[in-house]
Design a protein around this ligand. Structure first.
Ligand code: PLP
Length: 453
């Protein structure tokens, strides 16, 4: 791998200008300055080409600038760009009809359109409180639900999301996510981590601190995203659904990252055989145009006219992009997410066999996590090592994103082909090999200096 010299001169100048005027709060990982993209290929402003395994944080579901998405946006822009949510337009209605058809419940669905994931979560919180007349929420450690004050109160993946922002929204209790690789809770004989989590919820939380009949909703990412691409045990959701039904609690599936076909099904919760009451979506729904939605079972949409709204909800350009996006996913990319996802997962399992730095490879469809550890027995997260792999992959021409403490997520556009995946995987493996060699050199230098005293 001949490393690219990054950032190039044009990128460097732009980053300097950015630093002078753009909020320093954005968590930029490495200096990629985009010029243009097509499918899963992107080019930076200095003309360097990259394979994109990140898709703008799992957003560009149909690839960068899919011609049909571009055409739909252009055609809509010629007609009108905005009218506000005080009025009606056909693309907005068509989109809600589409979401009704694909919503992961038998009952009819009602949608509230937003401009982002966090805003979809805010809508879910408000609807759950309004419908149940209750105040409390249960969320999961490691979960990510957004950064506005309500949503960030549910988020529990890193302390810096909260530092300096207290007090947060009242009424949120976090419990451990059922992580089979790093279980937090003790398991009784015969239990898996899913059952242990449900027992903890009922005995320790409902039994000791929060009365179940005061809980409005339990919000969960069916596959935890930012927390590390973690897949709970198969039966966990059946038990969670049962608890929610028993106590009249809304089960809110945050599908903002895992939904819209990423796992080879419309919604990631469909991998676990249960129906939620509310779904939050955004990211992949409109191929990168800002759009989200809170989708709820019709019978719980209790709020009256004026109780919730927004200026840009149902933005015509975003709705036009979403309609084409959903069509493309339904007709082509849903199946590809499963097939190419399996191909990538198998290839990564083989790569793992050769690389002791990889503790686990896990995933469904095109939502795949590679977890790096200092050694496979202690499973201690190899944080610096993961960061180095990410950087080396970038220099080799591959965009990836970290998540959890020491995981790299593989979340490319749903249109990725086997050949494109292969090109990216080769760069990825080479980055791991270089990082492992660097580590061996450092370790042996340290050993020599200890010997020398
Ligand atoms: C599961 C989940 N929920 C909510 C959000 C927040 O979405 P946004 O950044 O669009 O506000 C994200 C974003 O990464 C997410 O992954």
């Amino acid at each position: 791998m001949k490393p690219l010299n990054l950032p190039g001169p044009i990128a460097k100048r732009l980053i300097e200008r950015d630093q002078a005027v753009i909020s320093p709060s954005y968590p930029r990982g490495y200096p990629f300055v985009m010029d243009h993209g097509r499918g899963v290929e992107v080019w930076d402003v200095d003309g360097n080409r990259f394979i994109d395994f990140a898709a703008g944080i799992a957003v560009t579901s149909t690839g960068h600038s899919h011609p049909l998405v571009v055409k739909a946006i252009q055609e809509q822009a010629e007609k009108f760009i905005h009218i506000s949510s005080d009025f009606y337009h056909s693309k907005w209605i068509e989109l809600a009809e589409y979401l009704d058809l694909i919503a992961p419940f038998q009952e009819d669905a009602i949608s509230f359109m937003t401009n982002s994931g966090t805003e979809s979560v805010e809508a879910a919180l408000k609807l759950a409180r309004h419908y149940t007349g209750r105040s409390q929420f249960i969320a999961f450690l490691g979960g990510f639900h957004g950064r506005t004050l309500g949503a960030v109160s549910l988020t529990a993946s890193k302390p810096h999301y909260h530092r300096g922002f207290f007090p947060l929204m009242n009424g949120v209790t976090h419990i451990p996510f059922p992580d089979p690789y790093r279980p937090v809770l003790n398991m009784l004989p015969g239990e898996d981590i899913g059952t242990a989590t449900i027992r903890y919820l009922e005995e320790e939380i409902f039994g000791k601190t929060i009365p179940a009949d005061e809980v409005a909703g339990i919000i969960i990412e069916p596959i935890q995203g930012e927390g590390g691409y973690i897949i709970p045990p198969k039966d966990f959701f059946i038990q969670l659904r049962e608890v929610c039904t028993r106590y009249g609690i809304m089960l809110i599936a945050d599908e903002i990252q895992a939904g819209i076909g990423r796992t080879g099904k419309w919604w990631s919760i469909q991998n676990f055989g249960v129906e939620p009451d509310i779904v939050t979506t955004a990211k992949g729904i409109a191929s990168g145009m800002p759009l989200g939605a809170m989708i709820a079972r019709k019978s719980i949409v209790s709020w009256p006219k004026g109780s919730h709204g927004n200026t840009y909800g149902g933005n015509p350009l975003s709705c036009a992009a979403a309609l084409v996006t959903l069509d493309l996913i339904e007709n082509e990319f849903l199946e590809n997410a499963s097939i190419t996802g399996k191909y990538i997962l198998n290839r990564l399992q083989k790569i793992k066999e050769k690389h002791p730095s990889i503790g686990e490879v896990r995933g469904i469809g095109l939502m795949i996590g590679v977890e790096f550890v200092t050694d496979p027995i202690s499973r201690k997260p190899a944080i610096e090592f993961r960061n180095r792999v990410e950087q080396l992959a970038f220099e080799g021409g591959l965009l990836t994103l970290g998540c959890g403490r020491s995981v790299i997520r593989i979340s490319p556009a749903l249109c990725i082909t086997e050949e494109e995946a292969e090109e990216g995987l080769q760069i990825f493996e080479e980055a791991i090999t270089i990082a492992e060699t660097e580590e061996e050199v450092t370790t042996s230098k340290e050993a020599v200096s200890i010997e020398k005293g």
